[in-house]
Design a protein around this ligand. Structure first.
Ligand code: AMP
Ligand code: TRP
Length: 330
């Protein structure tokens, strides 16, 4: 049997190119390698930990499903589903809560960052977020989890929980390992000291951005001192970040890019980058527009994915409950 690979993305708004280069692009490549049995899902339960409008949520979920398929996730190859349609995720998260050390959750930097960013909404779900994530992974026996760098600490917690659970109740979970891309942390275009994040939309290049918006954003992107286009993360963080995008869009490596823009300065580089991004995102945007016309088909695909995931997850949950001594009267 092929090793299992699971990952999810939260439906919290438009995806940016950091999500794409750090995660979604990798999902598609791993799927197409044929080496894994893949499960990709919309982490809508996770997304409730952030302030939201219930009227917007269905649109956000649908938009992310469209992003998945427009980027190349193929429901014939990968099980694609919506987390909240599978009750086993929440149930297992509760069970895992009872073996998760409080202190381990207190260490999570994402919790600290997110609660610092939204002090008016520090909810228990935000604190518990990595436990639900571990449940997502364990229900499908995932060995590999493609994510960006910001999720590594959560995966480390999942491995801790695997060991804790297995030693207490018998071997049932597998230790999951991250699979990272060459761009596990793309930085913001308006400030290369922060990662590109939906919470700083000014610095994001969104996958849905129109050509003119892309051009405008890239023209405005901050640069470094000097004028040379050179990869130097320490001394030229802004240009190095833009070079990452250029490389991903054109397939050129950093040496080739440096060669190409020798003696040409930032202005010319930015112009070329803007055109490369417009061209690079065009097939995605075209496919997404096309898919939008087929809502009913999309619904059918997701319903089928939910069903497949549900069968696997429910079976695993039952095995877990038996180990815990919970199955006798249920
Ligand atoms: P999220 O939108 O937080 O659910 O993130 C979706 C995926 O994108 C996760 O795997 C993140 O690790 C990844 N990701 C988010 N921001 C970035 C970034 N700036 N660079 C690389 N990967 C990212
Ligand atoms: N926490 C992830 C993020 O913010 C999304 C996610 C939820 C996830 N459950 C997961 C990723 C399970 C991988 C595996 O990006």
């Amino acid at each position: 049997m092929k090793p299992i690979l699971v990952s999810g993305i939260q439906p919290t708004g438009k995806l940016h190119i950091g999500n794409y280069l750090g995660a979604l692009k990798n999902f598609v490549e791993l799927q197409n390698s044929g080496k894994y049995q893949c499960f990709f899902f919309v982490a809508d339960l996770h997304s409730l930990t952030k302030e939201y409008d219930p009227k917007e949520k269905p649109k956000q979920i649908e938009n992310l499903i469209l992003d998945f398929f427009a980027a190349g996730i193929d429901p014939k190859k990968s099980v694609t589903f919506v987390q909240s349609a599978i009750p086993a995720h929440s149930e297992l998260a509760w069970i895992l809560n009872t073996i998760t050390p409080f202190g381990e959750l207190l260490r999570m930097t994402q919790f600290k960052d997110k609660s610092g960013a939204a002090p008016q909404n520090i909810n228990a779900g935000l604190f518990d977020y990595p436990v639900l994530m571990a449940a997502d992974i364990f229900l499908y026996n995932a060995r590999f989890v493609p994510v960006g760098e910001d999720q590594l600490q959560h995966l480390e917690l999942a491995r801790t929980l695997t060991r804790k659970f297995n030693s207490k109740f018998g071997k049932i979970f597998m230790e999951p390992f991250p699979v990272m891309t060459e761009v596990p942390r793309l930085m913001s275009m308006d400030d290369p000291t922060h990662k590109m994040s939906k919470s700083r939309p000014e610095g994001c290049l969104f996958l849905d951005d129109e050509p003119d918006v892309i051009r405008k954003k890239i023209t405005r992107a901050v640069t470094d001192s000097e004028t040379e286009v050179r990869m130097d993360v320490e001394r030229k963080p802004a240009i190095s970040n833009l070079m990452r995008i250029y490389s991903a869009m054109t397939g050129k490596n950093f040496m080739e890019i440096e060669e190409c823009f020798k003696g040409k300065g930032y202005g010319e580089f930015k112009k070329a980058l803007a055109e490369a991004a417009v061209k690079g995102l065009a097939p995605f945007q075209k496919k997404k527009k096309e898919l939008k016309k087929h809502r009913a088909a999309l619904q059918k695909i997701i319903t089928a994915g939910n069903k497949k995931a549900s069968v696997i997850a429910s079976k695993k949950l039952l095995t877990i409950k038996r180990k815990l001594g919970l199955s006798a009267f249920s």
